[in-house]
Design a protein around this ligand. Structure first.
Ligand SMILES: *Cc1c(COP(=O)(O)O)cnc(C)c1O
Length: 356
């Protein structure tokens, strides 16, 4: 006899509370984050809709496609959008941002912390420090940084931080979060254009009070995704966030050694600012690296970057030696080269002996 379906069980208040606590611990913040009932991109669009208004100048930093998209959402809200844009094989420098702040006098600044699409990681901590000196409200898309780099939200005084679990945290993509500081809430509340009674409304989801337990579960949180997310965040705590980050650092460092041993070049120019989640490889004259579909964790460039780079997606469960080795073997095969030296270089980074 087939088992009877027990029915859909809504998320309980205590399950919701646990998820809040796990997020707060992950981000080292004492302010309850807003749990977003959808993919991280929903939280990011909600931030843009909530802060944008005519009369506000917002400095939007574009180091990849997500930054471009954020700029269009700010424009839709009527803000004056000033832009700092760099080629997608570079990260932004603090100097460029400093000059733009002096020139445009914005009230807020938005940027993507780390980019899986380009393989770059922006100097987030320094940008936030500079923004603090100028009293700017700060917005950071850290979806592809959380779990791969440290992200102490309160210490860095970041006002809006969007995160998701589907990258380094090996979690589901159906629920995400935005951490909002008290100053961030003020910035939303003082905007009469901020959405209300809308799926894009952060104000509708404002937690009751800092430190106080939530009174109810927001009705639109998908329960099954929330449970899967809780499970993923518990696994992160079990492994230890530091160790999860370390694993991503090793994956990135070993991939870099692997591609160097194969004689191919990283796409990103500044070696001090590589993402720990993806390594991007430049496709230059030699077209043997031109693939049109993913092979394991090796993927073609997205959108305008197609044909210019390959991505090696060593994040989440794939932030491990085995996945990196597979990826490097794939590249060696495409290049018609022997992988042995590259594999040896990978083993060295992980500090493991060659298994005979
Ligand atoms: C993956 C990612 C997102 C989220 O996109 P989804 O479509 O929700 O997966 C947002 N910003 C950045 C920088 C990302 O890498």
């Amino acid at each position: 006899m087939s088992q009877q379906y027990a029915g859909y069980v809504p998320l309980s208040l205590s399950e919701y509370e646990i998820l809040n606590v796990l997020f707060s611990r992950l981000l080292s913040t004492k302010h309850a984050p807003v749990i977003i009932p959808g993919e991280a991109i929903l939280g990011i669009e909600a931030v843009a809709a909530g802060i944008s208004a005519p009369g506000r100048t917002i400095l939007n930093v574009v180091t990849g496609p997500y930054g471009s998209l954020f700029g269009t959402w700010l424009e839709r809200g009527g803000a004056t959008v000033a832009e700092v844009r760099v080629p997608f094989d570079e990260v932004v420098t603090v100097k460029e941002i400093h000059e733009a702040i002096d020139r445009f006098r914005p009230v807020a600044i938005s940027f993507v912390h780390a980019e899986v699409v380009t393989g770059g990681s922006n100097p987030a901590r320094e940008i936030l420090k500079l923004a603090r000196d100028y009293d700017l409200v700060t917005v950071m898309d850290s979806v592809s940084a959380v779990g791969g780099e440290s992200l102490p939200v309160d210490e860095w005084t970041a006002d809006f931080v969007a995160i998701g679990a589907q990258k380094a945290l090996a979690g589901p993509n159906g629920v995400s979060a935005v951490s909002v500081s008290p100053r961030g809430w003020e910035f939303l509340e003082s905007n009469k254009n901020a959405p209300r009674n809308s799926i894009l409304s952060l104000l509708d989801l404002k937690p009751v009070k800092d430190g106080a337990a939530p009174l109810r579960v927001p009705p639109n949180i998908p329960a099954l995704e929330a449970r899967a997310l809780t499970a993923a965040l518990l696994l992160v705590e079990e492994e230890g966030l530091e160790q999860v980050i370390k694993r991503h650092e090793l994956a990135a460092a070993s991939t870099l050694e692997g591609i160097k041993a194969l004689g191919i070049e990283p796409w990103q120019k500044n070696s001090r600012h590589y993402s720990t989640l993806t390594t991007t490889v430049r496709i230059s004259g030699d077209k043997s690296l031109l693939i049109d579909r993913p092979i394991g964790i090796v993927a073609p460039g997205d959108g305008e970057l197609f044909g210019q780079l390959l991505r090696i997606n060593h994040f989440g469960a794939n932030a491990c030696r085995r996945s990196v080795e597979e990826a490097i073997k794939t590249l060696a095969q495409l290049l018609n080269r022997e992988p042995d030296q590259a594999i040896e270089a990978i083993l060295q980074v992980w500090g493991e002996k060659h298994e005979q």
